[in-house]
Design a binder for this molecule. Structure first.
Ligand code: CO
Length: 339
């Protein structure tokens, strides 16, 4: 069974001036090459993140995958390119540019690098159209941000898009992004280490209490990044509140714990105790190995905690390292009905 990393990102080595392409002032991301192997992602005029050729060179990725014992990577957009705050037309153009560049990055290794596309999620028709175009072009699924401004995953447009993904058999990876800006979160990478897990937690709650799992087809294969954020740790509090304050949050047909078989999470929690909680809560069939490669707070070697976890049976370890992702990606005939 192949070892599959379900959570990695690319950044192309360059792209057109997005203000020019879209006719909108942005702020837009651009890339400042600093050497053959290093570059800076710049948002507007602010340095955002230093990256290396791991982001754009498939041979460099492949060498790292070999070193880590990874056969296949899912290559999903870096969220800073989503452009959900821009006009749908501008976001559609930007999505098309990055989706096509990601195909180019993955093309030399078609059996090892599986591209996921981004879509202009602020406009459901444009999002469905870009997904369809990308699936035709070779993308294997889609990554979406966990919210569009103040609209969460239970937004009617987003639900319609998710239904479209289910109908097309396209797996959906949900990545937190666009964390709240506050002086309290602007220190110590708090947006990443506190904001991101809270964002993902809220998104899963929105799927449940917003009745999305009650409405959308159970063919939907959906996976949340970073172990589903804070969700698993606080499921008991959520479940208790659903029963005790049913007048306020009893908006789903069933209690929260009844929906755990409707979604998966990745394994990027970087701690064996957290992985054990995830496996105990979600079941070993619902955890997919991921690394967040090549970003610095991801896991290297990819899958380290899963491989080292003493509590996992060999069957469960094998499912998390690859079997579950095979099902999520529909790489082999599905033997189970749900994701
Ligand atoms: Co990521």
């Amino acid at each position: 069974m192949p070892v599959i990393d379900a959570h990695s990102h690319p950044v192309p080595r360059g792209w057109p001036d997005l203000a020019e392409v879209t006719g909108s002032p942005g702020p837009w991301p651009s890339l400042r090459l600093e050497s053959e192997r290093e570059a800076m992602i710049v948002i507007g005029d602010r340095d955002f993140r230093r990256i290396t050729d791991q982001c754009w060179d498939p041979e460099v990725r492949a060498a790292d995958m070999d070193a880590d014992g990874v056969d296949i990577q899912v290559v999903s957009p870096t969220p800073v390119f989503f452009s959900y705050a821009q006009s749908p037309e501008a976001a559609a153009k930007v999505s098309r540019i990055f989706n096509d560049l990601t195909l180019e990055i993955c093309a030399p290794l078609p059996d090892r690098l599986l591209p996921f596309c981004q879509v202009p999620l602020q406009d459901v028709d444009a999002a469905c159209a870009e997904l369809d175009r990308c699936l035709e072009a070779g993308h294997r699924g889609v990554e979406i941000g966990n919210h569009v401004g103040d609209r969460d995953l239970d937004d009617p447009g987003t639900v319609e898009f998710l239904q479209h993904c289910a109908a097309r058999g396209a797996p959906v990876f949900v990545h937190p992004w666009d964390m709240p800006i506050s002086p309290r979160l602007d220190r110590w990478m708090a947006q990443w280490i506190v904001g991101m897990p809270a964002e993902t937690h809220l998104s899963i709650i929105a799927m449940i209490l917003g009745g999305v799992f009650d409405r959308v087809s159970d063919d939907l294969r959906i996976c949340f990044a970073h172990g589903g954020g804070s969700f698993a740790f606080w499921l008991g509090r959520f479940e208790n509140a659903w029963h005790m304050r049913h007048d306020i949050i009893g908006t789903s047909e069933q209690p929260p714990s009844a929906y755990l078989d409707r979604f998966s999470v990745d394994s990027v929690v970087l701690d064996e105790r957290a992985l054990r909680l995830l496996v105990d809560t979600m079941g070993a069939e619902r955890v997919l190995m991921g690394s967040d490669y090549p970003y610095p707070i991801g896991e290297r070697p990819a899958g380290r905690v899963v491989r080292d976890a003493d509590f996992l049976s060999e069957r469960d370890r094998s499912l998390i390292l690859g079997g579950n992702a095979e099902r999520f990606l529909a790489l082999s005939p599905a033997t189970e009905a749900s994701p």
